[in-house]
Design a protein around this ligand. Structure first.
Ligand SMILES: Cc1cc2nc3c(=O)[nH]c(=O)nc-3n(C[C@H](O)[C@H](O)[C@H](O)COP(=O)(O)OP(=O)(O)OC[C@H]3O[C@@H](n4cnc5c(N)ncnc54)[C@H](O)[C@@H]3O)c2cc1C
Length: 187
């Protein structure tokens, strides 16, 4: 990673960083430049005691869910399993668990980053906290993230979920019933 970053820097090439490749604006690639494709770095390590996850920058949301589910844990992520955790996190990350546990980025505890200057640094609350703050929404602008550390939450391992679809004549009563039913529910 550091060599690739340095090469792009020395040659003056624009640098693209690709995680899951799901950015519809194409920000994970670049024309006439160098693309660092992290797609094969998909390791997810779960510490069930501390409920902390270490996630590689090429992991998809499905990789994360498959690793946490056997421990009855979940990280708040997006709703499509093929999306990359890297781009999703660096842009915020909104999904099913947002009301109870916040955005993905709210649960980012630390990151290892190769900066534009080619240095490998760790960003957490005590070291480089400003960089951690910048990563929480700053996209790929602060360097190449080589590892993410997150806080996970108990969920499942069985969950009950699905979509209910109503035709127009039932919209009003369906919404009223939903309002009444959810008023006293746990988050
Ligand atoms: C079908 C679909 C469903 C989606 N659903 C949701 C959803 O439910 N919730 C939600 O919040 N978002 C959702 N998104 C949006 C998605 O989170 C963003 O498009 C996100 O950028 C995808 O990340 P990626 O790693 O797959 O993409 P990529 O295209 O690989 O990268 C996206 C951006 O992140 C940068 N980047 C990637 N990896 C790194 C890295 N390691 N270090 C530094 N920068 C990096 C790239 O340079 C690029 O700017 C969805 C998108 C799609 C296409």
């Amino acid at each position: 990673m550091r060599r690739a970053t340095a090469l792009a820097h020395d040659r003056g090439w624009p640098l693209g960083i690709r995680g899951g490749g799901h950015n519809v604006a194409g920000h994970g690639t670049v024309e006439d430049g160098l693309v660092i494709d992290l797609g094969s770095l998909r390791t997810v390590t779960v510490d069930a005691n501390t409920r902390m996850l270490s996630v590689g920058p090429g992991a998809t949301l499905g990789d994360v869910d498959r690793a946490t589910e056997p421990f009855g844990l979940a990280l708040p992520v997006g709703v499509v399993s093929q999306t990359g955790i890297a781009g999703l996190t660096l842009g915020g990350g909104m999904g099913w668990l947002v009301r109870k546990h916040g955005l993905t980025v709210d649960n980012l505890v630390a990151a290892e980053v190769v900066t534009a200057a080619g240095d490998l640094v760790r960003a957490d609350e005590t070291g480089n906290p400003d960089l951690l703050w910048g990563l929480k929404g700053g996209g790929g602008n602060f360097g190449v993230v080589t590892s993410f550390t997150y806080r996970a939450y108990p969920l499942g391992p069985q969950v009950y979920a699905g979509n209910l679809v109503y035709r127009r004549p039932a919209w009003r009563t369906a919404m009223q019933a939903f309002r009444d039913w959810t008023a006293e529910l746990d988050e």
